[in-house]
Design a binder for this molecule. Structure first.
Ligand code: ADP
Ligand code: MN
Ligand code: MN
Length: 355
C-alpha cells in the first residue's frame, strides 16, 4: 500500500552510503517538557569510545516547553550512547540529561533523581523488566489498519495473533525489534496485544539506571522507524475509548535477595512496603491512568492496592512460576504506557529498599 507520507528510502540510500571521511554523526536525544522525545545531530571528528569524550551541548528550551524565552538555553549532558541503526558505521545515538542554566536538573530530567536512588542501592542489584504496550495510528489519527468509518471485530483473535485480519503492521514491529538489537538495547521480546493495532515490546532485565536508558532508547527507535512508515505511535493509556484494552507498562522487579532461593520472603516484604505507598506510586504511574485502571480489562482498580499469585486483576502479580519455585520477581501492573521509566523504577527502588 503506497503511503503518501512515507519518504522514499531507496532515494536516500544513494546518499547514506557516501563516505563520511572519518567523521561521526552523534544524534543527541532527550525528553522534552511534555515527555516527548526530541533529537538533533552534531558532527564529531573521530569515533567515540566513551560518553566522557562527548561534549556537553545545548538547545533552545523555550521551543520544547523546558525553559522561558528570556533564559532559554538548556544543557544536554551525555548519559548513555548506542550504535545508530539508521546511519550505521561509527555513528551513535546519545541519550542526554537536561540541565538548566544554573546547573539544576531541568523539570523534564527525572533521570537525575532516579540515579541518586539507584546509586544508594547498588549492593541489592535491582533488576527491572518493562513491558511497553503501545498503539499505532495512521496520519488521519485512526487506529492503524482499522476499517475506514467502522470498527474491527471485538477483541479476541488479536492477542499474539497470526494471519491477515488478525495482526497489523508486523513489518514495522519486526524492523523495530532488529534495530533495538543492533543498537544494543536489551529487548527481550515482542507480542501483538489484545486490541488490534496495539503491540508490546519487553526490555530487560536491566539493572538500576540502565532500565530507563534502554526503555527510552527503545521508544525512540520505535517512533523514528514508525516515522518512515508514516505511522504515529501512541503511548496513551487508553488510546481508543470504549471496550478496547488500555495500554500499560507492567514493571517487573527483583533484588538479589528475591532472586535467591527463599526469596519469597523478600518479595512479600516488598509488597507490604508497596501497599503502604499506593498513592505516591500512582502519582508517578502515568497521566490518564484512571481511564485504564478501572478494574476491568485485566487491571486492578486505581483506588485500591491488591496483590496475588497469577492474578492479572491485581496491582501486583506474583507470576505462578515464581510462587511455585519460591523465589524470583514481582510484576507491578499499575504503571501506564506513558510513564517516565526513571520515575517508576526510582520510586520502586526507593519504597522497597530505602523506606
Ligand atoms: P508477562 O508474564 O507479564 O507476560 P513478559 O514475559 O512479557 O511478562 O515480560 C517479563 C519481563 O520481566 C521481561 O522483560 C523480562 O526480561 C523481565 N524479567 C524476567 N526476570 C526478571 C527478574 N528476575 N527481575 C526483573 N525483571 C525480570
Ligand atoms: Mn507481557
Ligand atoms: Mn505483564
Amino acid at each position: 500500500m503506497a503511503n503518501p507520507y512515507a519518504r522514499n528510502p531507496g532515494l536516500a540510500n544513494t546518499y547514506m552510503t557516501l563516505d563520511q571521511r572519518g567523521k561521526v554523526q552523534a544524534e543527541y536525544i532527550w525528553i522534552d517538557g511534555d515527555g516527548e522525545i526530541r533529537g538533533k545531530t552534531t558532527t564529531v571528528d573521530s569515533p567515540v569510545n566513551s560518553i566522557k569524550d562527548l561534549k556537553e551541548w545545548n538547545f533552545d528550551g523555550s521551543s520544547t516547553n523546558q525553559a522561558p524565552g528570556g533564559n532559554s538555553d538548556v544543557y544536554l549532558r551525555p548519559a548513555a550512547m548506542f550504535p545508530d541503526p539508521f546511519r550505521l558505521g561509527d555513528n551513535i545515538i546519545v541519550l542526554a540529561e537536561c540541565y538548566n542554566n544554573d546547573g539544576t536538573p531541568n523539570k523534564s530530567n527525572h533521570r537525575y533523581a532516579c540515579k541518586k536512588i539507584m546509586d544508594q542501592v547498588t549492593a541489592q542489584k535491582p533488576w527491572f523488566g518493562i513491558e511497553q504496550e503501545y498503539s499505532l495510528f495512521d496520519m488521519d489519527d485512526k487506529p492503524y489498519g482499522w476499517p475506514k468509518g467502522g470498527f474491527p471485530g471485538p477483541q479476541g483473535p488479536y492477542y499474539c495473533g497470526v494471519g491477515a485480519g488478525k495482526v497489523y503492521a508486523r513489518d514495522l514491529v519486526e524492523a523495530h525489534y532488529r534495530a533495538c538489537m543492533y543498537a544494543g538495547v536489551n529487548i527481550s521480546g515482542i507480542n501483538a496485544e489484545v486490541m488490534p493495532a496495539q503491540w508490546e515490546f519487553q526490555v530487560g532485565p536491566c539493572e538500576g539506571i540502565s532500565m530507563g536508558d534502554h526503555l527510552v532508547m527503545a521508544r525512540y527507535l520505535l517512533i523514528r522507524i514508525a516515522e518512515e512508515w508514516g505511522v504515529k505511535v501512541s503511548f496513551h493509556p487508553k488510546a481508543v475509548p470504549g471496550d478496547w484494552n488500555g495500554a500499560g507498562c507492567h514493571t517487573n522487579y527483583s533484588t538479589e535477595d528475591m532472586r535467591n532461593p527463599g526469596g519469597m520472603k523478600a518479595i512479600d516484604d516488598a509488597i507490604e512496603k508497596l501497599s503502604k505507598r499506593h498513592e505516591a506510586h500512582i502519582a508517578v504511574y502515568g497521566a490518564d491512568n484512571e481511564k485504564r485502571l478501572t478494574g476491568k480489562h485485566e487491571t486492578g482498580h486505581i483506588g485500591q492496592f491488591s496483590a496475588g499469585v497469577a492474578n492479572r486483576g491485581a496491582s501486583i502479580r506474583i507470576p505462578r512460576h515464581v510462587a511455585a519455585q519460591g523465589y524470583g520477581y514481582l510484576e507491578d501492573r499499575r504503571p501506564a504506557s506513558n510513564i517516565d521509566p526513571y520515575q517508576v523504577t526510582g520510586i520502586i527502588a526507593e519504597t522497597t529498599l530505602l523506606q
